[in-house]
Design a protein around this ligand. Sequence first.
Ligand code: UDP
Length: 335
Amino acid sequence: MRFLITGGAGFIGSHLAELLLERGHAVLLLDDLSTGSIENIRHLKGNGRLQYFLDSIANRQLLAELVDESDVVLHLAAAVGVRLIVESPVRTIETNIEGTQRVLDAACKKKKLVFIASTSEVYGKSNQVPYREDDDLVLGPTSKSRWSYAASKAVDEFLGLAYWREKKLPVVIGRFFNTVGPRQTGRYGMVLPNFVRQALNGEPITVFGTGKQSRCFCDVRDAVEAVYRLVMTDVAIGEVVNIGNDREITIEELAHLVRQRTRSTSPIQYVPYEQAYEPGFEDMMRRVPALEKLERLTGFRPQVPLETIVDRVVEHMTEKRQAAAMVPELGRALG
Ligand code: UDP
């Protein structure tokens, strides 16, 4: 089969491309490198079944051509990361809503199956854990930009479900919960790559707020396996499905775990939210996915334990640093 991945040079997109190529599929990858990176797909570029296009989903003509050539569209192109969202709210709302609209419109002509990447952010600050797919969404006020991300993704979900109900376009929606692993950048504020970088540098590990807030971290390879299974079955069409791991850990515990796995002596430093993000920033205290629906539809349960995830991130970051350190030496050696 041939898959189009929008946002294919991003963190999750590049792992998805890798899995699809491993399984013998062809991949068309579209990415404008706004948050993705060519580094993420460098190791795949020699594969004859991969074609990549460095362009935006705003290029309607190209998008239409690529959708026509594919059997399935995996729509991952989006503005992501809490920091980016707080800093660029206009871009977040426009990219997320217009982008999804364009993809659905292009796919609708020939009724191509579309997977829409959504997020656990849509649950907002609901206290009712674990989060089930048909739970109410509890968002904060529009004056706080964090919620624009959740709202824009909720609109994407509404749009996807509307295309399914009204136009019979097959759509599957996956809500990703804190996906982590090699190649995730800390540039947009994600906690695990930030902690690992800080620990490796011997800098303070910055825990925001009290550190008592908790998250469940899912290895990206588990997450992309779940996506694959969801699009390879008919039973997930028209459904919204959580994708994550249900082992819960507080951010403070995560900081200690990273310190221990890296054997770092970095101090742990508590930073107030208003300093880390913006005044009045609201964080959620717990976020746990209910995974019964994913398991019922696909038979899949996440496999990778958090310790292994942390070790892989550490290993990847260490390798990247060694490679970067080698370049000036190589430069000198070559003279
Ligand atoms: N966080 C932190 N230090 C950091 C980055 C994030 O303590 O350097 C906290 C953040 O406030 C949140 C949690 O870690 O409570 C997860 O943040 P992330 O941005 O990775 O994902 P979120 O769950 O907020 O989407």
